[in-house]
Design a binder for this molecule. Sequence first.
Ligand code: 3H9
Length: 670
Amino acid sequence: MTSPIRTERHGDVLVIIADNPPVNALGAAVRQGLEAAIEEGEADGAIAAMVIRCDGRTFFAGADITEFGKPPVEPMLPTVVDRIEASSKPVVAAIHGTALGGGCEVALGCHYRVAVPSAKIGTPEVKLGLLPGAGGTQRLPRLAGVRLALEMTAKGDPISAKRAQEAGLIDRIVGEDSLAADAVAFAGEVKAVRPIPRASERAVQPDPEAVAAFQKENARRFRSFDAPAANIACVVKATEVPFDQGIAFERKEFLRLMTGNQSAAQRHIFFAERQAAKIDDVPADTPLRPIRRVGVIGAGTMGGGIAMNFLSAGIPVTIVEMAQEALDRGTGVIRKNYEATAAKGRMTSGQVDTAMAALIPTLDFDALADCDLVIEAVYETMAVKQEIFGRLDGIAKPGAILASNTSYLDIDAIAACTSRPQDVLGMHFFSPANVMKLLEVVRGAKTAPDVLATVMALAKTIRKVAVVAGVTYGFIGNRMLMPRQVEANKLLLEGATPEQIDRVHVAFGMPMGPFQMADLAGVDIGWHRDPNRIENVRDALAAEGRWGQKRQAGFYDYDEKRNPSPSPRVAEIIQDWRDKTGTPQHEVTDEEIVERTLYPMVNEGALILEEGKAQRASDVDVVWIYGYGWPVYRGGPMFWAKTEGYDKVVAGLEKHGFTVAQSLKSGSIK
Ligand code: 3H9
C-alpha cells in the first residue's frame, strides 16, 4: 500500500506532504509516514530544514476518530509530535483549511507555523468529550497564554489565522495561493536560527484570575459535561509543573475521558450527524435540481423563520400572505431579528440590507410561479393545506419542489391534491426556524429521489442538520414526544407534581421538562378547536386562560421576567382531576418518572425504526439532539438506551405495563 506521506526536495528544504482524503485525518499510516519522513530529513546531510504540508482541502483535521476504541497502532500521535519537536533541524508547518485537534498539535510540535489567511486553527476535542491528547494542552498555553488556551480547549471553537498570529501561534501569514512556495522560502529564512524554538521549552505563567473568570463565565455552558473541566485542569497543570509531568497528566485525563460514556456519546453524534445526510437507496451522485429562488407561503413566526434561513444563505425568497397587515408584520419581524443579530455584532448592517433586499413580500400567490422550491407554512389543518397545494399545482413551474412544513400531517394526502406527487415532500423546521438546527425531511410514498437529494443538499447550504423521516403521525420527533406527554399527564394524576417531573428531565440534561415546554409553546395549542371539551388537566388550564408563559400563567405562575414558580391554583386543579377521575395515589419516585417518560420514547423510537419510518437508530438520535435539546453527552435516546442496557429498559417498560417493541426486546435495533 502506498503511504499517504511523500517527500519532495526543494534545495536544502525537505517538504513532507500528506495526502489522506477527505480531511487528512492522522490515521496510523499518516503517523508512520510522518515519523519516517522526519527521520529521512534528519539523516540527510543535504537537508537544512523541513516543511510539513497537506494536499487537498485542509491541513490535518485531527486524529482519525474512527480509530478510537480500537487497539492502538504505533507510533501514537504524542510520540510523532514529540519526534517532530525534537528534530535537530527546523520544521515549519504550512497550514491551509482547518488545523484541528491532533492537526493543531502537529503544528504546535513544529518549530514554526505559517498559514494562509483563510486558515483556521483549533482544538475541538472537547466537542467529542475529549481534550487535545498529543501535548496540545501543554504546548498551547506556552505559546498563546492561559486565557486563549482555555478558550480554545474548553470551548473548542477554532480561531482565524489572523487571531492566531496576534496570539503568537502563527509566525507568518502567507499568500492564499502560494502556501507551498512561501513555506519553503520561510524555511530557508529560519534554517540557521539557533536555538530552535520549541514550545515545550517555553515557560508559562499561572493566571488564577483568568481561570476563575473563565469558569464563572462558562458555568452554564459546561453544566454536566466532563470534558471542559478536564481541559481546564490540564491547562492549569501546564502552569504548575514541568512539561513532562504536564504531559503525563494530560495523558491520564485523555484516557479517562476516552473510555467514558460521554465521549462515546459525543463521538457517536459526530458520525450520526454525517450519516444522517445519506439516503440508503438514493445514490450520493444523484443529479440535483437547481434552487435559485424559494417561495414561502405564510409570513407568521414559522414562515418568517424559514425565509430567514434562505436569505442568510444568499438565496432570494418570495414570501406570500393573505393580508397586507400580516405581510407587513412578518417582514418587520424578519428585519427586527436581523437587526438584533447585527446589534450583537454577528452581522454588519450591510449584510442586513443585502438579506432584506433579497426578500420579495407579496399578496400575489401567482408570484410563486418562478420559485424552484415553495414551502408552505400555514395553519396545521389538512383542509387548508390541501387547498393550498391544489392552487400551487396550478401555479408552480414544472419541476418545482413543493414542500409542507407540517409537524404531524400526512404528506401523501397533501401530495394527492397535486398532479405531481413526485415533487412533493415535507420540510419540518423546528421553532424558532432560523435558529434550530434540525430539519426533518419527510419522504412521501411518491417523492422522487432527486427531490429528496436536492432538499438534503439544500439543508446543508442553509446549515441545518437534515434527517429523513417517513410519513407517520408526528414523524420521528413529535411522534416520540406523544407517549412522553401521555405518561407525564398520568403521573400528575397519580401523585407527581409538574415541578417534580420537570426537575427530573432537567437533571437528566434536557433544557426543560414537559410542563415547562407546554408553558413555552402554549397550553392552549389544540384546545381552541373545541373549547367546550375539557377532558384533562391541560384543557382545564386552557379553559381558565392559563395559556402558558404568554399569559404569565400555565402549569406554573410567572413574574414579569418570566421566572416560574409553583402554582397553588394548578395544584388545586390537579387535585380536582385526581378526585374526579378517582385515580389511586402513590408516591411517585424520580426513577419511576424516568421509566415512564423516557423509556417509552425509546420504545416509540424502536417502533418507528421497525416500521421503516426512520432509516437508522442514529437518525433518531440526531432528531432529538438537534430538535429538542436532548443532552449530547447522552448521545440521543437510542444510544442512551444502549448505554442503560436494553434489558434494563425492557424490564422498566414491562414493569409499568407497556407493550415493548420487538427489536428492543431482542436488542436488534440498528
Ligand atoms: C483528536 O484529534 C484527538 C487528539 O487530540 C489526540 C490524539 C491522541 N477522523 O465534516 P465533513 C470524515 S480528536 C475521521 O462532512 P466538512 C467525516 O466523518 C479529532 N474522519 O466535512 C466525513 O466522512 P463521510 C479532532 C473524519 O468539510 C468526512 O470526513 N478533530 C474526521 O463539512 C468529511 O467530513 C475534530 O474533531 C476525523 N477527525 O468539515 C475535527 N473528520 O464523508 C472533526 C472528518 O464518510 N472534523 N471526518 O461522512 C470536522 O470538524 C469537519 O470534518 C471538518 C470538515 C471541519 C474538518
